[in-house]
Write a protein that binds this ligand. Structure first.
Ligand code: M6R
Length: 616
Protein backbone atom coordinates (compact mmCIF):
# COMPACT_ATOMS: atom_id res chain seq x y z
CA UNK A 1 0.00 0.00 0.00
CA UNK A 2 2.33 2.67 -1.39
CA UNK A 3 6.04 2.16 -1.43
CA UNK A 4 8.57 4.84 -0.54
CA UNK A 5 12.32 5.07 -1.09
CA UNK A 6 14.79 7.74 0.00
CA UNK A 7 18.48 7.98 -0.82
CA UNK A 8 21.41 9.93 0.57
CA UNK A 9 24.90 9.10 -0.66
CA UNK A 10 27.41 9.64 -3.40
CA UNK A 11 25.67 7.96 -6.31
CA UNK A 12 23.13 9.44 -8.69
CA UNK A 13 20.00 9.27 -6.55
CA UNK A 14 17.52 8.91 -9.43
CA UNK A 15 18.95 5.54 -10.55
CA UNK A 16 18.71 4.09 -7.06
CA UNK A 17 15.29 5.58 -6.42
CA UNK A 18 13.81 4.13 -9.61
CA UNK A 19 15.46 0.77 -9.06
CA UNK A 20 13.95 0.75 -5.55
CA UNK A 21 10.51 1.63 -6.90
CA UNK A 22 10.62 -1.28 -9.32
CA UNK A 23 11.10 -3.59 -6.36
CA UNK A 24 8.29 -1.94 -4.40
CA UNK A 25 5.82 -1.73 -7.25
CA UNK A 26 3.83 -4.62 -5.80
CA UNK A 27 2.80 -2.22 -3.01
CA UNK A 28 0.85 0.02 -5.34
CA UNK A 29 0.94 0.95 -8.99
CA UNK A 30 -1.50 3.81 -9.55
CA UNK A 31 1.30 6.32 -10.09
CA UNK A 32 4.98 6.83 -9.39
CA UNK A 33 7.31 9.75 -8.91
CA UNK A 34 10.69 10.98 -7.72
CA UNK A 35 12.20 14.21 -6.44
CA UNK A 36 15.91 14.96 -6.25
CA UNK A 37 17.72 17.87 -4.61
CA UNK A 38 19.62 19.68 -7.34
CA UNK A 39 21.31 23.09 -7.26
CA UNK A 40 19.06 25.30 -5.15
CA UNK A 41 15.89 23.45 -5.98
CA UNK A 42 14.02 20.19 -6.41
CA UNK A 43 13.90 18.29 -9.71
CA UNK A 44 10.56 16.49 -9.84
CA UNK A 45 9.03 13.90 -12.17
CA UNK A 46 5.79 12.02 -11.58
CA UNK A 47 3.31 10.16 -13.70
CA UNK A 48 0.18 8.04 -13.37
CA UNK A 49 0.52 4.34 -14.07
CA UNK A 50 3.42 1.99 -13.58
CA UNK A 51 7.03 2.79 -12.76
CA UNK A 52 7.66 2.20 -16.49
CA UNK A 53 5.72 5.40 -17.22
CA UNK A 54 7.83 7.28 -14.71
CA UNK A 55 11.01 6.00 -16.34
CA UNK A 56 9.85 7.52 -19.65
CA UNK A 57 8.85 10.74 -17.90
CA UNK A 58 12.18 10.94 -16.06
CA UNK A 59 14.04 10.93 -19.38
CA UNK A 60 12.66 14.42 -19.98
CA UNK A 61 14.61 15.62 -16.92
CA UNK A 62 18.28 15.77 -16.11
CA UNK A 63 18.64 14.17 -12.70
CA UNK A 64 22.13 14.59 -11.27
CA UNK A 65 21.64 15.02 -7.50
CA UNK A 66 22.66 12.51 -4.85
CA UNK A 67 19.79 13.03 -2.39
CA UNK A 68 16.21 12.23 -3.23
CA UNK A 69 12.93 10.48 -2.56
CA UNK A 70 10.53 8.37 -4.61
CA UNK A 71 7.12 6.79 -4.34
CA UNK A 72 4.80 4.26 -5.92
CA UNK A 73 1.15 4.92 -5.07
CA UNK A 74 -1.92 2.94 -4.13
CA UNK A 75 -4.51 5.71 -4.16
CA UNK A 76 -6.46 6.57 -1.00
CA UNK A 77 -7.14 10.33 -0.85
CA UNK A 78 -7.68 11.71 -4.33
CA UNK A 79 -8.03 9.99 -7.69
CA UNK A 80 -5.32 8.54 -9.87
CA UNK A 81 -3.92 11.69 -11.48
CA UNK A 82 -0.48 13.17 -12.11
CA UNK A 83 -1.29 15.93 -9.63
CA UNK A 84 -2.09 13.46 -6.86
CA UNK A 85 1.05 11.41 -7.53
CA UNK A 86 3.87 11.75 -4.99
CA UNK A 87 6.32 13.34 -4.25
CA UNK A 88 4.46 16.46 -3.20
CA UNK A 89 6.26 19.77 -3.02
CA UNK A 90 5.22 22.53 -0.62
CA UNK A 91 3.74 25.64 -2.17
CA UNK A 92 6.88 27.62 -1.25
CA UNK A 93 8.97 25.03 -3.14
CA UNK A 94 11.24 24.22 -0.18
CA UNK A 95 10.01 20.82 0.99
CA UNK A 96 9.31 17.60 -0.93
CA UNK A 97 7.71 14.60 0.70
CA UNK A 98 6.61 11.01 -0.03
CA UNK A 99 4.10 9.29 2.21
CA UNK A 100 2.66 5.84 2.82
CA UNK A 101 -0.40 6.00 5.08
CA UNK A 102 -3.32 8.31 5.78
CA UNK A 103 -3.31 11.66 7.60
CA UNK A 104 -6.79 11.57 9.11
CA UNK A 105 -6.99 15.18 10.31
CA UNK A 106 -5.75 16.64 7.02
CA UNK A 107 -8.88 18.73 6.41
CA UNK A 108 -8.51 20.82 9.57
CA UNK A 109 -4.76 21.26 8.94
CA UNK A 110 -5.46 22.24 5.34
CA UNK A 111 -7.94 24.90 6.48
CA UNK A 112 -5.33 26.28 8.86
CA UNK A 113 -2.66 26.36 6.15
CA UNK A 114 -4.93 28.02 3.59
CA UNK A 115 -5.46 30.73 6.21
CA UNK A 116 -1.67 31.14 6.31
CA UNK A 117 -1.49 31.55 2.54
CA UNK A 118 -0.41 28.04 1.50
CA UNK A 119 -1.87 26.74 -1.75
CA UNK A 120 -2.62 23.19 -2.88
CA UNK A 121 -2.45 21.55 -6.25
CA UNK A 122 -3.66 18.06 -5.32
CA UNK A 123 -6.50 16.46 -3.37
CA UNK A 124 -4.16 14.47 -1.15
CA UNK A 125 -3.63 14.40 2.60
CA UNK A 126 0.10 14.13 1.84
CA UNK A 127 0.37 17.58 0.32
CA UNK A 128 -1.16 18.94 3.52
CA UNK A 129 1.56 17.32 5.63
CA UNK A 130 4.19 18.61 3.22
CA UNK A 131 2.93 22.18 3.58
CA UNK A 132 2.67 21.82 7.35
CA UNK A 133 6.37 20.94 7.45
CA UNK A 134 7.07 23.93 5.18
CA UNK A 135 5.06 26.15 7.55
CA UNK A 136 7.12 25.07 10.59
CA UNK A 137 10.32 25.33 8.56
CA UNK A 138 9.52 28.89 7.51
CA UNK A 139 8.76 29.81 11.13
CA UNK A 140 11.99 28.24 12.40
CA UNK A 141 14.01 29.98 9.68
CA UNK A 142 12.74 33.31 10.93
CA UNK A 143 13.80 32.55 14.51
CA UNK A 144 17.21 31.21 13.46
CA UNK A 145 16.66 27.69 14.87
CA UNK A 146 19.72 25.69 13.76
CA UNK A 147 18.28 22.19 13.43
CA UNK A 148 15.17 23.53 11.84
CA UNK A 149 14.69 20.99 9.04
CA UNK A 150 14.57 18.01 11.40
CA UNK A 151 12.72 20.08 14.00
CA UNK A 152 10.03 21.21 11.59
CA UNK A 153 9.33 17.62 10.48
CA UNK A 154 8.97 16.60 14.11
CA UNK A 155 6.70 19.55 14.89
CA UNK A 156 4.43 18.79 11.94
CA UNK A 157 4.21 15.12 12.84
CA UNK A 158 3.15 15.96 16.38
CA UNK A 159 -0.01 17.45 14.83
CA UNK A 160 -0.61 14.64 12.34
CA UNK A 161 -3.21 12.05 13.29
CA UNK A 162 -3.27 8.79 11.37
CA UNK A 163 -0.54 6.66 9.88
CA UNK A 164 2.59 7.47 7.98
CA UNK A 165 5.88 6.30 6.66
CA UNK A 166 7.46 9.43 5.18
CA UNK A 167 10.68 10.62 3.61
CA UNK A 168 11.31 14.34 3.32
CA UNK A 169 13.94 16.52 1.66
CA UNK A 170 14.47 20.25 1.88
CA UNK A 171 16.12 22.67 -0.54
CA UNK A 172 17.90 24.36 2.34
CA UNK A 173 19.32 21.16 3.78
CA UNK A 174 21.39 19.72 0.91
CA UNK A 175 22.47 16.11 1.48
CA UNK A 176 19.96 15.63 4.28
CA UNK A 177 16.86 13.48 4.47
CA UNK A 178 14.40 13.03 7.31
CA UNK A 179 12.20 9.95 7.50
CA UNK A 180 9.67 8.86 10.10
CA UNK A 181 7.08 6.23 10.73
CA UNK A 182 3.86 5.58 12.58
CA UNK A 183 1.80 2.60 11.51
CA UNK A 184 3.52 2.18 8.12
CA UNK A 185 6.74 0.23 7.70
CA UNK A 186 10.08 1.96 7.23
CA UNK A 187 13.53 0.43 7.10
CA UNK A 188 16.87 2.17 7.00
CA UNK A 189 19.59 0.50 4.96
CA UNK A 190 23.07 1.37 6.21
CA UNK A 191 25.57 1.17 3.34
CA UNK A 192 29.08 2.28 2.75
CA UNK A 193 28.77 6.06 2.94
CA UNK A 194 25.23 5.82 1.68
CA UNK A 195 21.82 5.35 3.27
CA UNK A 196 18.54 4.19 1.82
CA UNK A 197 15.17 4.31 3.54
CA UNK A 198 12.39 2.18 2.13
CA UNK A 199 9.07 0.59 2.93
CA UNK A 200 10.52 -2.85 2.36
CA UNK A 201 13.92 -4.51 2.46
CA UNK A 202 13.52 -5.50 -1.22
CA UNK A 203 14.20 -1.90 -2.28
CA UNK A 204 17.57 -1.69 -0.59
CA UNK A 205 18.91 -5.23 -0.46
CA UNK A 206 21.01 -4.83 -3.61
CA UNK A 207 22.95 -2.08 -1.81
CA UNK A 208 23.23 -3.37 1.72
CA UNK A 209 22.09 -6.17 4.00
CA UNK A 210 22.60 -4.04 7.12
CA UNK A 211 19.31 -2.54 8.19
CA UNK A 212 17.63 -0.73 11.05
CA UNK A 213 13.92 -1.51 11.45
CA UNK A 214 12.48 1.80 12.54
CA UNK A 215 9.75 1.75 15.16
CA UNK A 216 6.55 3.75 15.39
CA UNK A 217 7.20 7.26 16.63
CA UNK A 218 10.84 7.28 15.49
CA UNK A 219 12.41 9.87 13.23
CA UNK A 220 15.69 9.30 11.42
CA UNK A 221 17.86 12.16 10.29
CA UNK A 222 20.33 11.22 7.56
CA UNK A 223 23.34 13.07 6.21
CA UNK A 224 25.88 11.66 3.71
CA UNK A 225 28.13 10.57 6.60
CA UNK A 226 25.82 9.47 9.40
CA UNK A 227 22.37 9.01 10.71
CA UNK A 228 20.68 9.53 14.07
CA UNK A 229 17.34 8.41 15.40
CA UNK A 230 15.15 10.31 17.82
CA UNK A 231 11.55 10.23 18.95
CA UNK A 232 9.02 12.94 18.15
CA UNK A 233 9.82 14.28 21.63
CA UNK A 234 13.49 14.60 20.69
CA UNK A 235 14.72 11.73 22.82
CA UNK A 236 17.72 9.85 21.40
CA UNK A 237 17.15 6.28 20.28
CA UNK A 238 19.97 3.75 20.07
CA UNK A 239 19.96 2.19 16.60
CA UNK A 240 20.10 -1.59 16.37
CA UNK A 241 21.60 -2.68 13.06
CA UNK A 242 20.29 -6.08 11.92
CA UNK A 243 21.53 -8.24 9.08
CA UNK A 244 19.00 -9.38 6.46
CA UNK A 245 19.42 -13.10 5.86
CA UNK A 246 18.31 -13.21 2.23
CA UNK A 247 19.91 -11.53 -0.76
CA UNK A 248 18.81 -9.88 -3.99
CA UNK A 249 18.51 -13.24 -5.80
CA UNK A 250 15.41 -13.97 -3.72
CA UNK A 251 13.73 -10.85 -5.09
CA UNK A 252 14.48 -11.59 -8.77
CA UNK A 253 12.30 -13.41 -11.28
CA UNK A 254 15.12 -15.84 -12.13
CA UNK A 255 13.64 -16.81 -15.48
CA UNK A 256 10.01 -17.02 -14.39
CA UNK A 257 7.33 -15.05 -16.20
CA UNK A 258 5.86 -13.75 -12.95
CA UNK A 259 6.70 -13.68 -9.25
CA UNK A 260 3.50 -15.64 -8.65
CA UNK A 261 4.76 -18.46 -10.85
CA UNK A 262 8.18 -18.35 -9.22
CA UNK A 263 6.65 -18.43 -5.75
CA UNK A 264 4.31 -21.31 -6.60
CA UNK A 265 7.28 -23.36 -7.78
CA UNK A 266 9.39 -22.34 -4.78
CA UNK A 267 6.94 -23.99 -2.42
CA UNK A 268 8.80 -27.28 -1.82
CA UNK A 269 11.88 -25.33 -0.69
CA UNK A 270 9.79 -22.78 1.21
CA UNK A 271 8.05 -25.56 3.15
CA UNK A 272 11.42 -27.13 3.99
CA UNK A 273 12.56 -23.79 5.35
CA UNK A 274 9.42 -23.35 7.46
CA UNK A 275 9.99 -26.76 9.08
CA UNK A 276 13.74 -26.68 9.51
CA UNK A 277 14.86 -27.34 13.09
CA UNK A 278 11.30 -27.49 14.36
CA UNK A 279 10.90 -31.16 15.27
CA UNK A 280 11.76 -32.81 18.56
CA UNK A 281 14.75 -35.16 18.65
CA UNK A 282 12.53 -38.20 19.14
CA UNK A 283 10.66 -37.25 15.97
CA UNK A 284 7.23 -37.27 17.57
CA UNK A 285 6.31 -33.60 17.85
CA UNK A 286 6.96 -30.08 16.66
CA UNK A 287 8.87 -27.49 18.66
CA UNK A 288 9.02 -23.74 18.32
CA UNK A 289 11.65 -21.49 19.81
CA UNK A 290 9.75 -18.25 19.81
CA UNK A 291 6.49 -18.99 21.60
CA UNK A 292 7.81 -17.66 24.89
CA UNK A 293 5.46 -20.01 26.72
CA UNK A 294 6.54 -22.82 29.02
CA UNK A 295 4.85 -26.23 28.79
CA UNK A 296 2.82 -25.63 31.96
CA UNK A 297 1.51 -22.32 30.66
CA UNK A 298 0.84 -23.85 27.27
CA UNK A 299 -1.00 -26.78 28.83
CA UNK A 300 -3.38 -24.38 30.59
CA UNK A 301 -4.66 -22.87 27.37
CA UNK A 302 -8.21 -24.02 26.87
CA UNK A 303 -8.95 -22.25 23.62
CA UNK A 304 -7.16 -20.72 20.65
CA UNK A 305 -8.22 -17.69 18.66
CA UNK A 306 -6.72 -17.27 15.19
CA UNK A 307 -7.02 -13.91 13.41
CA UNK A 308 -6.03 -12.86 9.92
CA UNK A 309 -7.25 -11.27 6.70
CA UNK A 310 -7.75 -12.57 3.18
CA UNK A 311 -5.58 -15.55 2.42
CA UNK A 312 -4.15 -15.54 5.93
CA UNK A 313 -7.70 -15.92 7.28
CA UNK A 314 -8.10 -19.03 5.14
CA UNK A 315 -4.97 -20.42 6.80
CA UNK A 316 -6.55 -19.60 10.19
CA UNK A 317 -9.59 -21.67 9.22
CA UNK A 318 -7.40 -24.66 8.40
CA UNK A 319 -5.52 -24.28 11.70
CA UNK A 320 -8.90 -24.27 13.45
CA UNK A 321 -9.86 -27.52 11.77
CA UNK A 322 -6.57 -29.29 12.48
CA UNK A 323 -6.22 -28.21 16.11
CA UNK A 324 -9.80 -29.19 16.90
CA UNK A 325 -9.43 -32.46 15.01
CA UNK A 326 -6.08 -33.60 16.41
CA UNK A 327 -5.76 -31.80 19.76
CA UNK A 328 -9.46 -31.56 20.62
CA UNK A 329 -9.07 -27.99 21.86
CA UNK A 330 -11.72 -25.44 20.80
CA UNK A 331 -10.52 -22.89 18.26
CA UNK A 332 -12.11 -19.80 16.82
CA UNK A 333 -10.87 -18.36 13.53
CA UNK A 334 -12.06 -14.85 12.81
CA UNK A 335 -11.43 -12.10 10.33
CA UNK A 336 -9.07 -9.74 12.13
CA UNK A 337 -11.08 -6.79 10.80
CA UNK A 338 -14.30 -8.13 12.35
CA UNK A 339 -12.80 -9.32 15.62
CA UNK A 340 -11.52 -5.87 16.37
CA UNK A 341 -14.95 -4.25 16.40
CA UNK A 342 -17.21 -7.18 17.29
CA UNK A 343 -16.18 -7.11 20.92
CA UNK A 344 -17.43 -10.66 21.44
CA UNK A 345 -17.19 -12.30 24.85
CA UNK A 346 -14.01 -14.28 25.53
CA UNK A 347 -14.09 -16.86 28.26
CA UNK A 348 -11.49 -19.17 29.81
CA UNK A 349 -7.80 -18.93 29.06
CA UNK A 350 -7.43 -18.34 25.32
CA UNK A 351 -4.18 -17.92 23.41
CA UNK A 352 -4.29 -15.65 20.38
CA UNK A 353 -2.44 -16.16 17.12
CA UNK A 354 -2.41 -13.54 14.39
CA UNK A 355 -1.38 -14.69 10.93
CA UNK A 356 0.12 -12.24 8.47
CA UNK A 357 2.62 -12.65 5.69
CA UNK A 358 3.61 -9.00 5.67
CA UNK A 359 3.20 -8.31 9.35
CA UNK A 360 1.89 -4.87 8.38
CA UNK A 361 -1.82 -5.47 7.65
CA UNK A 362 -3.56 -2.75 9.63
CA UNK A 363 -6.70 -4.80 10.35
CA UNK A 364 -4.60 -7.61 11.80
CA UNK A 365 -2.48 -5.17 13.73
CA UNK A 366 -5.64 -3.54 15.11
CA UNK A 367 -6.98 -6.93 16.23
CA UNK A 368 -3.65 -7.78 17.84
CA UNK A 369 -3.68 -4.51 19.77
CA UNK A 370 -7.28 -5.03 20.82
CA UNK A 371 -6.55 -8.52 22.17
CA UNK A 372 -3.47 -7.23 23.99
CA UNK A 373 -5.43 -4.31 25.39
CA UNK A 374 -7.79 -6.85 26.90
CA UNK A 375 -4.83 -8.54 28.56
CA UNK A 376 -4.44 -11.59 26.34
CA UNK A 377 -1.21 -13.06 25.14
CA UNK A 378 -0.89 -12.77 21.36
CA UNK A 379 1.56 -14.69 19.19
CA UNK A 380 2.17 -14.26 15.47
CA UNK A 381 2.72 -16.50 12.48
CA UNK A 382 4.51 -14.07 10.24
CA UNK A 383 6.93 -13.98 7.33
CA UNK A 384 8.51 -10.57 7.70
CA UNK A 385 11.30 -10.17 10.21
CA UNK A 386 11.14 -6.81 11.95
CA UNK A 387 7.56 -6.13 10.85
CA UNK A 388 5.23 -4.22 13.13
CA UNK A 389 3.22 -7.32 13.99
CA UNK A 390 6.38 -9.29 14.74
CA UNK A 391 7.47 -6.55 17.10
CA UNK A 392 4.18 -6.04 18.89
CA UNK A 393 3.33 -9.68 19.61
CA UNK A 394 4.48 -11.57 22.67
CA UNK A 395 6.30 -14.09 20.52
CA UNK A 396 5.61 -16.23 17.53
CA UNK A 397 6.74 -18.30 14.63
CA UNK A 398 8.54 -16.88 11.62
CA UNK A 399 7.65 -18.55 8.36
CA UNK A 400 11.11 -18.25 6.76
CA UNK A 401 9.86 -18.47 3.16
CA UNK A 402 11.80 -15.46 1.90
CA UNK A 403 10.22 -12.42 0.31
CA UNK A 404 6.83 -12.94 -1.30
CA UNK A 405 6.50 -10.36 -4.04
CA UNK A 406 3.52 -11.52 -6.12
CA UNK A 407 0.43 -9.72 -4.82
CA UNK A 408 -1.45 -13.02 -4.76
CA UNK A 409 -0.14 -14.91 -1.77
CA UNK A 410 1.03 -18.47 -2.54
CA UNK A 411 4.11 -19.74 -0.73
CA UNK A 412 3.29 -17.73 2.37
CA UNK A 413 -0.13 -19.39 2.46
CA UNK A 414 1.10 -22.99 2.25
CA UNK A 415 3.73 -22.17 4.85
CA UNK A 416 0.99 -20.84 7.15
CA UNK A 417 -0.93 -24.08 6.57
CA UNK A 418 2.17 -26.04 7.47
CA UNK A 419 2.83 -24.08 10.64
CA UNK A 420 -0.84 -24.46 11.62
CA UNK A 421 -0.48 -28.22 11.14
CA UNK A 422 2.71 -28.23 13.24
CA UNK A 423 0.97 -26.28 15.98
CA UNK A 424 -1.89 -28.79 15.95
CA UNK A 425 0.68 -31.53 16.48
CA UNK A 426 2.43 -29.60 19.23
CA UNK A 427 -0.84 -29.09 21.11
CA UNK A 428 -2.08 -32.63 20.43
CA UNK A 429 1.13 -34.22 21.75
CA UNK A 430 0.77 -32.19 24.96
CA UNK A 431 -2.62 -33.81 25.32
CA UNK A 432 -3.76 -37.19 24.07
CA UNK A 433 -1.91 -37.93 20.84
CA UNK A 434 0.25 -41.05 21.18
CA UNK A 435 3.96 -41.23 20.43
CA UNK A 436 3.30 -43.49 17.42
CA UNK A 437 0.67 -41.15 16.00
CA UNK A 438 3.03 -38.23 16.59
CA UNK A 439 5.83 -39.98 14.66
CA UNK A 440 3.45 -40.74 11.79
CA UNK A 441 2.31 -37.10 11.76
CA UNK A 442 5.90 -35.78 11.78
CA UNK A 443 6.83 -38.07 8.89
CA UNK A 444 3.84 -36.80 6.95
CA UNK A 445 4.95 -33.22 7.50
CA UNK A 446 8.51 -34.02 6.46
CA UNK A 447 7.18 -35.60 3.28
CA UNK A 448 5.10 -32.63 2.19
CA UNK A 449 7.76 -30.91 0.00
CA UNK A 450 7.95 -34.07 -2.14
CA UNK A 451 4.18 -34.31 -2.40
CA UNK A 452 4.04 -30.69 -3.51
CA UNK A 453 6.76 -31.41 -6.11
CA UNK A 454 4.63 -34.22 -7.49
CA UNK A 455 1.62 -31.94 -7.89
CA UNK A 456 3.77 -29.25 -9.50
CA UNK A 457 4.80 -31.80 -12.14
CA UNK A 458 1.22 -31.64 -13.35
CA UNK A 459 1.53 -27.97 -14.26
CA UNK A 460 1.30 -28.61 -18.05
CA UNK A 461 -1.91 -30.65 -17.57
CA UNK A 462 -3.42 -27.93 -15.35
CA UNK A 463 -2.36 -25.24 -17.82
CA UNK A 464 -4.18 -27.05 -20.64
CA UNK A 465 -7.35 -27.22 -18.50
CA UNK A 466 -6.99 -23.54 -17.61
CA UNK A 467 -6.80 -22.60 -21.27
CA UNK A 468 -10.01 -24.51 -22.00
CA UNK A 469 -11.92 -22.74 -19.20
CA UNK A 470 -10.40 -19.27 -19.23
CA UNK A 471 -13.31 -17.73 -21.13
CA UNK A 472 -15.84 -18.44 -18.34
CA UNK A 473 -16.95 -15.55 -16.18
CA UNK A 474 -18.22 -17.43 -13.11
CA UNK A 475 -16.72 -20.29 -11.11
CA UNK A 476 -17.66 -22.18 -7.97
CA UNK A 477 -15.01 -23.77 -5.76
CA UNK A 478 -16.40 -26.50 -3.52
CA UNK A 479 -14.77 -28.45 -0.72
CA UNK A 480 -15.55 -29.81 2.72
CA UNK A 481 -13.93 -29.83 6.16
CA UNK A 482 -10.25 -28.85 5.91
CA UNK A 483 -10.64 -28.30 2.17
CA UNK A 484 -13.47 -25.80 2.50
CA UNK A 485 -10.90 -23.04 3.27
CA UNK A 486 -8.95 -24.23 0.22
CA UNK A 487 -12.12 -23.74 -1.86
CA UNK A 488 -12.29 -20.19 -0.47
CA UNK A 489 -8.65 -19.69 -1.31
CA UNK A 490 -9.10 -21.02 -4.86
CA UNK A 491 -11.97 -18.61 -5.43
CA UNK A 492 -10.00 -15.69 -3.95
CA UNK A 493 -6.98 -16.43 -6.13
CA UNK A 494 -9.11 -16.56 -9.27
CA UNK A 495 -10.92 -13.31 -8.38
CA UNK A 496 -7.72 -11.48 -7.53
CA UNK A 497 -5.66 -12.19 -10.58
CA UNK A 498 -8.11 -12.96 -13.39
CA UNK A 499 -11.10 -10.77 -12.38
CA UNK A 500 -13.44 -13.73 -12.77
CA UNK A 501 -16.33 -13.91 -10.36
CA UNK A 502 -15.75 -16.96 -8.17
CA UNK A 503 -17.24 -18.24 -4.94
CA UNK A 504 -15.91 -20.74 -2.46
CA UNK A 505 -18.50 -22.82 -0.67
CA UNK A 506 -18.75 -25.89 1.53
CA UNK A 507 -19.74 -28.49 -1.07
CA UNK A 508 -22.85 -29.63 0.79
CA UNK A 509 -24.09 -26.05 1.14
CA UNK A 510 -24.17 -25.67 -2.62
CA UNK A 511 -27.66 -27.16 -2.78
CA UNK A 512 -28.90 -24.52 -0.32
CA UNK A 513 -28.53 -21.67 -2.77
CA UNK A 514 -25.50 -21.48 -5.09
CA UNK A 515 -26.94 -24.38 -7.11
CA UNK A 516 -29.12 -21.73 -8.74
CA UNK A 517 -25.94 -20.47 -10.47
CA UNK A 518 -25.16 -23.83 -12.06
CA UNK A 519 -25.40 -23.97 -15.83
CA UNK A 520 -23.10 -24.94 -18.67
CA UNK A 521 -21.59 -21.46 -18.25
CA UNK A 522 -20.46 -21.89 -14.62
CA UNK A 523 -17.73 -24.47 -13.99
CA UNK A 524 -17.40 -25.98 -10.51
CA UNK A 525 -14.02 -26.90 -9.11
CA UNK A 526 -14.45 -29.74 -6.61
CA UNK A 527 -11.87 -30.72 -4.01
CA UNK A 528 -12.38 -34.44 -3.44
CA UNK A 529 -10.00 -36.23 -1.08
CA UNK A 530 -10.18 -39.91 -0.30
CA UNK A 531 -12.20 -39.77 2.93
CA UNK A 532 -15.30 -40.99 4.68
CA UNK A 533 -17.34 -38.30 2.93
CA UNK A 534 -16.16 -39.23 -0.55
CA UNK A 535 -19.64 -40.47 -1.48
CA UNK A 536 -21.26 -37.26 -0.22
CA UNK A 537 -18.92 -35.25 -2.45
CA UNK A 538 -19.81 -37.54 -5.33
CA UNK A 539 -23.47 -36.68 -4.80
CA UNK A 540 -22.66 -32.96 -4.94
CA UNK A 541 -20.83 -33.47 -8.23
CA UNK A 542 -23.84 -35.43 -9.55
CA UNK A 543 -26.10 -32.49 -8.66
CA UNK A 544 -23.91 -30.16 -10.72
CA UNK A 545 -23.72 -32.55 -13.66
CA UNK A 546 -27.51 -33.02 -13.59
CA UNK A 547 -27.73 -29.28 -14.31
CA UNK A 548 -25.15 -29.39 -17.12
CA UNK A 549 -22.48 -27.69 -15.03
CA UNK A 550 -18.88 -28.33 -16.16
CA UNK A 551 -16.78 -29.99 -13.43
CA UNK A 552 -13.08 -29.74 -12.72
CA UNK A 553 -12.31 -32.32 -10.06
CA UNK A 554 -9.19 -32.27 -7.91
CA UNK A 555 -9.11 -35.70 -6.31
CA UNK A 556 -6.83 -38.09 -4.49
CA UNK A 557 -5.07 -40.57 -6.79
CA UNK A 558 -7.04 -43.77 -7.04
CA UNK A 559 -10.48 -42.22 -6.44
CA UNK A 560 -12.90 -43.57 -9.01
CA UNK A 561 -15.61 -41.52 -10.64
CA UNK A 562 -18.54 -42.74 -12.71
CA UNK A 563 -18.00 -41.94 -16.39
CA UNK A 564 -18.84 -38.39 -17.38
CA UNK A 565 -18.85 -37.03 -13.82
CA UNK A 566 -15.49 -35.30 -13.88
CA UNK A 567 -15.07 -33.31 -17.09
CA UNK A 568 -11.51 -32.63 -16.00
CA UNK A 569 -9.52 -34.55 -13.45
CA UNK A 570 -6.44 -33.35 -11.57
CA UNK A 571 -5.00 -35.83 -9.10
CA UNK A 572 -3.17 -35.22 -5.85
CA UNK A 573 -1.17 -37.86 -3.98
CA UNK A 574 -2.81 -39.74 -1.13
CA UNK A 575 -1.59 -38.11 2.08
CA UNK A 576 -2.04 -37.57 5.82
CA UNK A 577 -4.97 -35.34 6.78
CA UNK A 578 -2.60 -32.81 8.31
CA UNK A 579 -0.93 -32.05 4.98
CA UNK A 580 -3.93 -32.53 2.71
CA UNK A 581 -4.83 -28.79 2.63
CA UNK A 582 -1.29 -27.95 1.49
CA UNK A 583 -1.26 -30.56 -1.24
CA UNK A 584 -4.76 -29.60 -2.44
CA UNK A 585 -3.81 -25.91 -2.62
CA UNK A 586 -1.25 -26.37 -5.40
CA UNK A 587 -3.75 -27.22 -8.18
CA UNK A 588 -6.02 -24.27 -7.33
CA UNK A 589 -3.03 -21.93 -7.38
CA UNK A 590 -1.87 -23.26 -10.75
CA UNK A 591 -5.38 -23.20 -12.18
CA UNK A 592 -5.90 -19.54 -11.23
CA UNK A 593 -2.44 -18.59 -12.41
CA UNK A 594 -2.81 -20.18 -15.83
CA UNK A 595 -6.36 -18.85 -16.29
CA UNK A 596 -5.12 -15.33 -15.52
CA UNK A 597 -2.24 -15.78 -17.99
CA UNK A 598 -4.63 -17.08 -20.66
CA UNK A 599 -6.76 -13.96 -20.17
CA UNK A 600 -3.71 -11.75 -20.52
CA UNK A 601 -4.00 -10.36 -16.98
CA UNK A 602 -1.15 -8.66 -15.17
CA UNK A 603 -0.72 -11.47 -12.68
CA UNK A 604 1.76 -9.84 -10.31
CA UNK A 605 -0.02 -6.50 -10.20
CA UNK A 606 -3.76 -7.14 -10.24
CA UNK A 607 -5.92 -4.08 -10.57
CA UNK A 608 -7.00 -2.22 -7.42
CA UNK A 609 -4.90 -4.43 -5.14
CA UNK A 610 -1.72 -3.93 -3.18
CA UNK A 611 0.44 -6.48 -1.44
CA UNK A 612 0.03 -5.25 2.09
CA UNK A 613 -3.04 -3.37 3.14
CA UNK A 614 -2.02 -0.73 5.63
CA UNK A 615 -5.28 1.22 5.71
CA UNK A 616 -8.55 0.12 7.30
O1 M6R B 1 0.21 -9.71 4.74
P1 M6R B 1 -1.04 -10.39 5.20
O2 M6R B 1 -0.91 -11.88 5.23
O3 M6R B 1 -1.54 -9.87 6.50
O4 M6R B 1 -2.13 -10.04 4.10
C1 M6R B 1 -3.48 -10.38 4.29
C2 M6R B 1 -4.24 -10.21 3.00
O5 M6R B 1 -4.26 -8.87 2.60
C3 M6R B 1 -3.65 -11.05 1.87
O6 M6R B 1 -3.59 -12.40 2.22
C4 M6R B 1 -4.47 -10.90 0.58
O7 M6R B 1 -5.73 -11.49 0.74
C5 M6R B 1 -3.67 -11.51 -0.58
N1 M6R B 1 -3.66 -10.63 -1.68
C6 M6R B 1 -4.17 -12.83 -0.99
O8 M6R B 1 -3.59 -13.34 -2.13
Amino acid sequence: MCGIVGYVGRQKASTILIEGLKRLEYRGYDSAGLAVLQGDGIELAKKTGRVGNLVKEAKKHRFTGTTGISHTRWATHGGVTDANAHPHVSSDGRIALVHNGVIENYLSIKKFLIGKGYTFSSETDTEVLCNLIAYHFAKATKTGDESHFLGSVRKALRHAEGTYGIAVICTEAPGELVAARKGSPLILGVGDNEFIVASDVAALISHTQNVVYLKDGEVVHITPKEFSITTLDEEDVEAVVDRVTWDIEAAELNGHAHFMEKEIFEQPAALENSMRGRFSEDGSTAKFGGLNLGPVEFRQIDRFVFLGCGTAWHACLVAEHLIERFARVPVEADYASEFRYRNGPLSGNPLFFVMSQSGETIDTLGALREAKRKGYKVLAINNTVGSTIARETDGGIYQHVGPEIGVASTKAFTSQLLIGAMLALHVARMRDMSFADGVEYVNALKGVPDLVRRVLEQAPHIKAIAQRYAHHTDFLFLGRLSLFPIALEGALKLKEISYIHAEGYPAAEMKHGPIALISEKCPSVFLVPKSEIFNKLLSSIQEVKARRGPTIVIATEGCEFPPGLADELITIPDCHEAVLPIVATIPVQLLSYYIACARGCDVDKPRNLAKSVTVE
